[in-house]
Ligand binder design. Structure first.
Ligand code: ZN
Length: 111
């Protein structure tokens, strides 16, 4: 997602400022002649990348964790998940230890 955005920004920057000059390294590049095909190419690439990664994100399964026995499973979809071991309603792993800092301490210091 971020990479796609960078491509778009790069393309827009190229169209806006086609002359690139790095005084420290003595590099001088003039993209004025090709700024439209090159710049719009980057923008299209970036937009495609953003769409593809957004679509892929929807198909990725989320990890769920049991707050009771800390069993972790993969699960896709919006419906509720229950722990296969103890039957407790599971929570998304993402942000779980932020919501339950006491469990984080326990898993970091098992003794
Ligand atoms: Zn459990």
């Amino acid at each position: 997602m971020v990479f796609g955005l960078l491509w778009v920004i790069f393309g827009v920057t190229l169209i806006k400022y086609p002359i690139f000059y790095d005084s420290r390294h003595g590099i001088y590049q003039n993209f004025s002649q090709v700024k439209w095909p090159l710049g719009s190419g980057f923008i299209i690439l970036g937009v495609v990348f953003i769409f593809v990664s957004a679509k892929m994100k929807n198909n990725i399964t989320d990890n769920f964790i049991c707050p009771k026995c800390e069993e972790i499973i993969d699960h896709s979809g919006e419906d509720e998940v229950f722990c296969p071991k103890c039957g407790t309603k599971m929570e998304p792993l993402k942000g779980f230890y932020e919501r339950h800092p006491e469990l984080k301490e326990k898993s970091e210091n098992p003794n």
